[in-house]
Design a protein around this ligand. Structure first.
Ligand SMILES: [Zn+2]
Length: 294
């Protein structure tokens, strides 16, 4: 009885192994296409379209600034198994040339191709002609997801139907999200928000908001700049200063103390894109409400 049961277990185990393809050598990722991305939100987009057909390697870790971070040589080599490198583009990935030197077979896909870009503001890195934070617009995200789908389908035409179906499903989610954010931000009475690093220009454009940056040309502001922001906050009855985990919150805290307000962290590089965008819009609506009820 005992022997028989273990025999059945072994047989069932072998059937399962064969059925799920787990017998494939572990180093080839189970037949998945290796792809590399720069930032976590792009990993989310690529995974949502590529599903179980892709193995995504993220080059810029959570918490690092996407502007200054450069992957270590070992991480660059790690991308060697990748077929495609999905970049945000717009000059964000300063390490791109080095990555291609290390991985000459890598085909680079510019996910922001075809987007209508905003000019780089003087508050931001003066070196960039256009503002690179394109993914923080839900409408841009839809177009980026289309670009990702085209590239995956071209590289792996056999699974094209699968990628197209996933793209449609995710874009439907993004459309619902966009309508929700439109509704929640339209009720904001104070249409301005103050943020340390100006990553939210595309978000502001989509919903008719005005972003006020604390940073000056990508650097910490001087005392005069700080006083200007304090004045703007007081004039508009703004009580919340937004900051992000990639930068020091020190200046945001100084300003919030001056206006008797608080600091709220919003993360431009959070992986769970739809949940994060909902959170950001909700915090902005709440901040506007606090200004209104003062
Ligand atoms: Zn930035």
């Amino acid at each position: 009885m005992k022997i028989r049961r273990s025999t059945i277990v072994v047989v069932v185990f072998l059937i399962l192994l064969t059925a799920c393809g787990c017998t494939a050598p572990p180093h080839d990722g189970g037949g998945k296409m290796g792809v590399a991305v720069s930032i976590l939100p792009l990993a989310e987009f690529v995974e949502r379209v590529g599903g179980d057909k892709v193995n995504v390697k993220v080059l810029i870790p959570s918490g690092a600034s996407s502007h200054t971070y450069e992957p270590k040589p070992s991480e660059m080599v790690d991308a060697a198994g990748a077929q495609i490198f999905f970049k945000v583009g717009v000059g964000l990935e300063a390490f791109e040339d080095k990555l291609i030197q290390v991985n000459s077979n890598l085909s680079v896909v510019d996910t922001s191709a075809g987007l209508s870009l905003l000019e780089g503001s003087s508050e931001h890195d003066g070196a960039l002609e256009y503002d690179p934070h394109v993914w923080l617009s839900v409408r841009n995200a839809g177009k980026m997801v289309e670009n990702i789908c085209s590239a995956l389908s071209a590289a792996d035409p056999e699974n094209s139907d699968y990628y197209v179906q996933n793209r449609e499903d995710y874009i439907a989610e993004l459309d619902i999200l966009d309508a929700e954010l439109q509704a929640s931000t339209s009720s904001m009475t104070v249409k301005k928000f103050i943020v340390f690093h100006p990553a939210w220009s595309y978000f502001a454009r989509d919903y008719g908001l005005e972003q006020i940056a604390i940073e000056v040309e990508g650097k910490e502001p001087g005392p005069k700049d700080i006083m200007e922001v304090v004045e703007t906050a007081k004039q508009n009855n703004i009580k919340v200063i937004f900051a992000s985990p990639q930068f020091s919150t020190k200046t945001a805290e100084v300003i919030s103390r001056e206006i008797g307000g608080g600091v709220i962290l919003i993360d431009p590089l959070e992986k769970n894109y739809t949940a994060n965008m909902r959170y950001v819009a909700a915090e902005m609506s709440k901040a506007s409400g606090e200004a209104q009820h003062e």
